[in-house]
Design a protein. Structure first.
Lengths: 146, 466
C-alpha cells in the first residue's frame, strides 16, 4: 500500500469513528435516565377510606376501593391517551374521548386499547397500606383487612 | 394591476428608458435584502388571483411572531412553578403585554390558516411540477414545522388547556405501543415509548417537558424555519421564478416581465402593512385564552386541543394509533410523494389543470363530504365496533374505523381515477381534494359538534351542566 493511500484511509477511518462517537454521545443526551422502578405510595390507615366506595387520590391518580372484605387500588389514567378517568355509576369514564370501563377496569366501549391496571396493595409494618404501581394484580385481588 | 392582460402572450411588458432601467435594476441588486427578488419578474407571478400573495403573507406573519415572541420571552419563565404566573403578569401587568400576547397567538393561528391556503394554491396550480419538486418538499416540511411550533407554544402558559393538550399529544406519540402491545413486543422494542421520552423527557408531562418544549419553541423550530425559508426563496429563483403555464415558459429577457422596482416592492410593502394592521386589529378585539393553572388530576371536560388539531383528535377518538399516527403519517407521505408520483408537466401553472380538472375536484369534494358525513352518522348513531361486538379484538378496533376506512377508500378511488383517465395529475387532484375535505369535516366536527366525554352535540348550548 502506498503511503499516501494509507494516510487517506487512516484519516477517513479516524474521522468516521470520531464522528460516530460524537453523534452517539450527543444524541444520548436527549434521552434522560428515568428511575426504572416506580415509587411505592403510602396511603395511610385503611379505615380512612369509606366502605363500598371508590375514592379518588388526586395526587397519585388512583382510585382506591374498600369494602367489608378488603381494599384494592386501580389506576385512574385512561389507557387511550392518558386523561384522568371519572367514576360513573357502574364503572369509569374518560372525559377526553369517551372510553368506558366497567368496575373491574375492563374496556366496554371507546378507543381505549387496554384494560385498566390494578396495583398491588400491601400492609406496612405499622399497619398503614402501601400501593405499588410497579406491580400489577388481577382485578379481583384485594388486600384483606378483616 | 389595472393593465391586466387578456391572456396569451400579449401581456404588457415594462419598457423603461435606458437610464431609468439601470436605476431600477440597481435598486434591487445593490440591496442585500431586496435582492431576494430578481430584478425583473414575470407578469404572471404578479397576478393577484394566481398567488393571492399567500407565501409573502406567511413570511410577514413569521416576522410578527419573531418580534412579539422576543418580548414575550423577556417576561416569561419556563418553570412549572412560575410559568403560569409569568404569563398572567404579561397579560395583566406588563404594559401592552396583553396586546403582544394576543398578536403572537393570533398571528400563529393565522400562519396555520395561511399555510394550508398556500398548500392548496400551490397544489391546485400544479406548481410542484417541472423542476420544483424539491421546493414542494421543503414547503411541506415547513408546514410541519409551523404546526409543531404552534403545538410547542401551546404548552408554555402551563394552563389546563396546555397541560392536557400536550398530555394527549405525547401519548399519541406513544401510541405505537398499541401496535407493539398487540404483537407482544413492547418489552423488546418500544418505538412509542422512545418517541414519547424524546418529546417530554419522562413518563408524564412535567418540568422536563416544559424545558424541552421551550427550547424547541424559541430556538430549534424558528431557526430551522428561517433556514428553510432561505432555501425555499432561493429555490424559487433557481427554478426560474414562480411557476407559470407552459405557454409563457419561453419568456426570457424582457418578454412579459416587469422590473421588480418599484411595482413589486410597493405591493409587498402594502401587504406587510395590511398583515400587521389585520393582526393588530384582531389582537385589540379578541383576547388569547388563558385557563386555570394546569391540574394534573382533573382534565377539562371536554379536553380539546387547539382547533387545528381537532380533526386529528376526532380521529384518535376512534383509535389512538390509527387516527393519531398511521393516517396522519400516510397523509404526510402522500403530500411528500406528490411531485415524484405526478410528472405531467404540461399542467404546470394552470388552476385546477383546466375545466376537466375543476369538474373532477368538485366531484371529489362532494364525494368525500358525503362519505365522511355518512361514517360520522354511523359512529354517532350506532357507535363503533366495540358497541356492536362487545369484547372484539383490539386488532379490529385499530384496523376498522372511520380513519382507516376513509384513507383506504380515497386511495382506491384515486387509483381507479389514475387507471381510467390515464393521468397521475388527475389522480393526485382526487386524492388531495378528498383528503383535504375529510380533514376539514373532521376538524369542524371536533370544533363544534363534540362536547363532554367527546359525545356528539348539535351545539354547545346542549352540553349538560356540570
Amino acid at each position: 500500500m502506498k503511503r499516501r493511500l494509507f494516510i487517506k484511509k487512516a484519516a477517513i477511518s479516524l474521522a468516521t469513528f470520531t464522528g460516530v462517537m460524537v453523534a452517539i454521545s450527543y444524541l444520548r443526551q436527549f434521552f434522560p435516565r428515568l428511575a426504572g422502578k416506580k415509587r411505592r405510595i403510602a396511603l395511610g390507615d385503611p379505615r380512612q377510606f369509606p366502605v363500598d366506595t371508590y375514592t379518588f387520590m388526586d395526587e397519585h391518580n388512583l382510585f382506591v376501593y374498600r369494602d367489608h372484605e378488603g381494599i384494592k387500588a386501580v389506576t385512574a389514567v385512561c389507557t387511550h391517551l392518558g386523561c384522568i378517568l371519572e367514576k360513573s355509576t357502574d364503572g369509569f369514564e374518560c372525559p377526553c374521548h369517551g372510553s368506558c370501563y366497567n368496575n373491574d377496569g375492563e374496556v366496554l366501549s371507546g378507543p381505549a386499547p387496554r384494560d385498566l391496571t390494578w396495583y398491588q396493595v400491601s400492609k406496612a409494618a405499622d399497619g398503614k397500606i402501601v400501593v405499588d404501581p410497579g406491580k400489577s394484580v388481577q382485578a379481583g385481588d384485594k388486600l384483606l383487612t378483616t | 394591476m389595472e393593465r391586466e392582460s387578456s391572456g396569451k402572450s400579449s401581456m404588457i411588458p415594462d419598457h423603461p428608458e435606458e437610464g431609468d432601467r439601470k436605476e431600477r435594476v440597481g435598486k434591487i441588486t445593490r440591496n442585500f435584502f431586496l435582492h431576494i427578488h430578481a430584478t425583473r419578474v414575470h407578469l404572471y407571478s404578479m397576478k393577484p388571483t394566481y398567488t393571492f400573495g399567500l407565501g409573502i403573507i406567511l413570511g410577514f406573519l413569521f416576522l410578527i411572531m419573531v418580534f412579539t415572541g422576543v418580548i414575550l420571552m423577556i417576561y416569561y419563565t419556563p418553570s412549572v412553578e412560575t410559568a403560569y404566573q409569568s404569563v398572567k403578569d404579561i397579560v395583566y401587568i406588563v404594559p401592552g403585554g396583553r396586546i403582544i400576547r394576543n398578536m403572537h397567538r393570533w398571528a400563529s393561528q393565522g400562519m396555520v390558516i395561511v399555510v394550508f391556503m398556500h398548500l392548496l394554491r400551490v397544489f391546485y396550480t400544479g406548481s410542484y411540477l417541472g423542476n420544483r419538486s424539491l421546493n414542494w418538499v421543503i414547503g411541506v416540511v415547513m408546514l410541519i414545522l409551523i404546526l409543531l411550533s404552534n403545538f410547542s407554544g401551546y404548552l408554555l402558559p402551563w394552563d389546563q388547556l396546555a397541560y392536557w393538550a400536550v398530555t394527549i399529544g405525547s401519548n399519541i406519540a406513544a401510541s405505537a405501543r398499541e401496535l407493539t402491545d398487540l404483537l407482544g413486543i413492547t418489552s423488546v422494542i418500544d418505538p412509542g415509548g422512545f418517541l414519547k421520552k424524546l418529546l417530554i423527557g419522562g413518563e408524564t408531562v412535567g418540568q422536563p417537558a416544559l424545558s424541552r418544549f421551550f427550547t424547541l419553541h424559541v430556538i430549534f423550530l424558528p431557526l430551522s424555519m428561517l433556514v428553510l425559508m432561505g432555501v425555499h426563496f432561493w429555490r424559487i429563483r433557481k427554478d426560474g421564478g414562480l411557476s407559470r403555464p407552459l405557454r409563457y415558459a419561453g419568456d426570457k429577457g424582457g418578454t412579459n416581465k416587469w422590473y421588480a422596482w418599484p411595482v413589486l416592492m410597493w405591493t409587498e410593502l402594502a401587504i406587510l402593512i395590511l398583515v400587521v394592521t389585520g393582526v393588530l386589529l384582531i389582537a385589540l378585539l379578541a383576547d388569547a385564552p388563558l385557563l386555570e393553572k394546569a391540574n394534573p388530576s382533573f382534565p377539562e371536560n371536554p379536553a380539546k386541543s387547539p382547533w387545528y388539531f381537532l380533526g386529528i383528535q376526532e380521529l384518535v377518538s376512534y383509535s389512538a394509533f390509527a387516527g393519531g399516527l398511521l393516517v396522519p403519517l400516510l397523509y404526510l407521505g402522500f403530500l411528500f410523494s406528490i411531485p415524484y408520483k405526478d410528472r405531467e408537466d404540461k399542467y404546470v401553472g394552470e388552476w385546477f389543470s383546466g375545466k376537466k380538472g375543476l369538474k373532477l375536484v368538485l366531484r371529489s369534494a362532494g364525494f368525500a363530504l358525503v362519505l365522511v358525513i355518512i361514517q360520522l352518522f354511523i359512529m354517532v348513531r350506532f357507535g363503533g365496533l366495540r358497541d356492536w361486538i362487545p369484547g372484539v379484538s383490539q386488532w379490529f378496533v385499530l384496523l376498522i374505523n372511520p380513519a382507516t376506512f376513509t384513507a383506504l377508500l380515497f386511495f382506491v378511488v384515486a387509483e381507479v381515477t389514475r387507471k381510467k383517465m390515464k393521468s397521475t395529475r388527475m389522480a393526485a387532484l382526487v386524492l388531495f381534494t378528498c383528503s383535504f375535505v375529510a380533514l376539514v369535516v373532521f376538524t369542524v366536527v371536533g370544533i363544534w359538534f363534540r362536547g363532554p366525554n367527546w359525545e356528539f352535540f348539535w351545539s354547545a348550548s346542549q352540553w349538560p351542566i356540570q
